[in-house]
Design a protein around this ligand. Structure first.
Ligand code: SAH
Ligand code: SF4
Ligand code: F3S
Length: 478
């Protein structure tokens, strides 16, 4: 089926109406194909990367469902889309590795369609490599035009033998109100802003996600109200640096003010957010966290390095003392707050002394948990030009020393909660043992306890009977 002239005249110019038009058209195309094959068509969305990508994937899944595909986790599906990440080289390698498998399957099942989107697709060398070596792909688009997926899907369904590529350099308007299919019925990510203007010298995100743009508070609040009436109990407000929320909006609004508004929404029981940049962690935000009963007492505050010299090279705009001060301010306002972090080991030019300073800050702060990464060179970032000094073995050794320290501290902190009764949001049935449920504490730690699947989505009190390092075994109370 092709779009004839009459159809073209009917295509709305404004968004999201235009995309709803294409979703209906996709629905017709999928139905036709379904009739021809005598079965339903299936779709599979695979996410690589961060929570922001996970939320984007829910939008992709929402659009595919609207179009009539039956969702599945299985990559044997008729339509497979990878939502990719490029923050570190191994994220890219994972995608290339799995594409080979998809290609083999397409040989057996030629009507299968494969699409790629997300951060990796914003890099021209990636597109070149795919064109050269993975000719079986149907559709590629980037991070800025994800809302245009319905339109691209239609084009791709109609031109099955072509590779359609649509990647934009910069984001245009934020398009609201497209459907999303949530992975969990009771919790959801909510974008409050897109892009990043910080240009940390190692990081590719500002290049692949574009300039920082905030959604209007009324759109965010309307979305969360809708989620609440749909049974969502926990929201995670998402942005690369939520502390600078609102800075570019016409209206005068800060992240702290937004948080207070979200706290007033009936039905929402827990509010989380990520990520906070230490350089602009304001007292206003700390006090909003303290005052808002629904905001979890947990802060993810990426340190990256404990060496002030390296922090300067990283363009982070704070030094070790300022980071420690931010932690002090948080803990004096909210004494039981859990603090987690991200740390990079082996940034170019990092010496043993610099690394020891990182260990020192870790010892002082005593993080509840930490994600540790080995520096990965990203082409086009300023740090890629700095000459590397440490050897691979030295970096591996530092990484292992850091990991064992953060684990040791994390376990000790987790152990301190043993025996306590805490509120848990029940998330799922335990994958290994179906008699157990898995829930999450306010501090983001996981607890497994006996219970019935009907409790999923409820907030319940659970006694943390035994600490198993990074998780607990518990029992329901009352
Ligand atoms: N916006 C968030 C983090 C986004 S990326 C923030 O500023 O904290 C998540 C984490 O990946 C970063 O905190 C950093 O620790 C890590 N990361 C980013 N680029 C990296 C690189 N080139 N090599 C290794 N780790 C990196
Ligand atoms: Fe990357 Fe820094 Fe932006 Fe985070 S704040 S996304 S680390 S540039
Ligand atoms: Fe990766 Fe893009 Fe997130 S590069 S970490 S998926 S913003």
């Amino acid at each position: 089926m092709n779009l004839d002239v009459a159809d073209e005249k009917n295509i709305p110019d404004s968004e999201p109406e235009r995309q709803y038009y294409f979703m209906d058209l996709a629905h017709t195309l999928v139905e036709e194909e379904s009739k021809r094959l005598g079965r339903k068509l299936t779709s599979c969305v695979k996410t690589f990367g961060c929570q922001m990508n996970a939320r984007d994937s829910e939008k992709l899944a929402g659009i595919l469902s609207y179009a009539g595909f039956v969702p599945t986790e299985d990559e044997h599906a008729d339509f497979v889309i990878y939502n990719t990440c490029t923050v570190r080289e191994n994220a890219n390698n994972k995608v290339y590795g799995r594409l080979g498998g998809l290609g083999n399957e397409k040989k057996k099942n030629p009507q299968k369609m494969i699409a790629l989107c997300g951060c990796m697709m914003q890099e021209s060398q990636v597109i070149e490599r795919i064109k050269e070596s993975y000719g079986f792909i149907n559709l590629i688009f980037g991070t800025h035009n994800i809302y245009k997926f319905p339109e691209l899907l239609c084009e791709s369904l109609q031109k099955r033998d072509e590779l359609i590529i649509d990647v934009w350099d910069e984001g245009r308007d934020i398009v609201e109100d497209l459907p999303a299919k949530r992975k969990f019925s009771f919790k959801s990510g909510v974008n409050i802003m897109f892009g990043c203007d910080n240009f940390c010298s190692y990081c590719i995100v500002p290049y692949v996600r574009g300039r920082e743009r905030s959604r209007r508070p009324k759109d965010i609040l309307r979305e969360i109200e809708g989620l609440a009436s749909d049974g969502v109990r926990e929201v995670m407000l998402l942005g690369q640096n939520v502390n600078s929320y609102g800075k570019k909006l016409d209206e005068d609004v800060t992240f702290a003010e937004l948080l207070r508004e979200v706290n007033n929404i009936d039905g929402i029981k827990r509010i989380r957010f990520m990520t906070s940049h230490p350089k602009d962690l304001s007292d206003e935000l700390i006090f909003a966290m303290r005052d808002c009963d629904k905001v979890c007492a947990h802060m993810h505050l990426p340190l990256q390095s404990g060496s002030s010299r390296i922090l300067k090279e990283m363009n982070r705009h704070y030094d070790a003392a300022q980071y420690l001060n931010a932690v002090d301010r948080l803990r004096s306002a909210i004494p039981d707050i859990a603090i987690s972090t991200d740390i990079i080991v082996g940034f170019p030019g990092e010496t043993e002394e610099d690394f020891l300073e990182t260990l020192n800050v870790v010892k002082q702060v005593k993080f509840d948990s930490a994600f540790t990464f080995i520096y990965s060179k990203r082409n086009g970032t300023p740090a890629a030009k700095i000459e590397d000094h440490a050897t691979e073995e030295e970096i591996k050794d530092r990484f292992n020393r850091l990991l064992s320290l953060v684990q040791q501290i994390g376990e000790r902190k987790a152990k301190a909660l043993e025996g306590k009764v805490m509120e848990v949001l029940v998330e799922e049935r335990n994958a290994q043992d179906a008699s157990l449920l898995t829930g999450r504490l306010e501090n983001n730690a996981v607890v497994h306890f006996p219970g019935d699947a009907s409790l999923i989505g409820e907030l319940l009190n659970v006694r943390l009977d035994e600490c198993k390092g990074f998780y607990y075994l518990g029992s329901l109370v009352g």
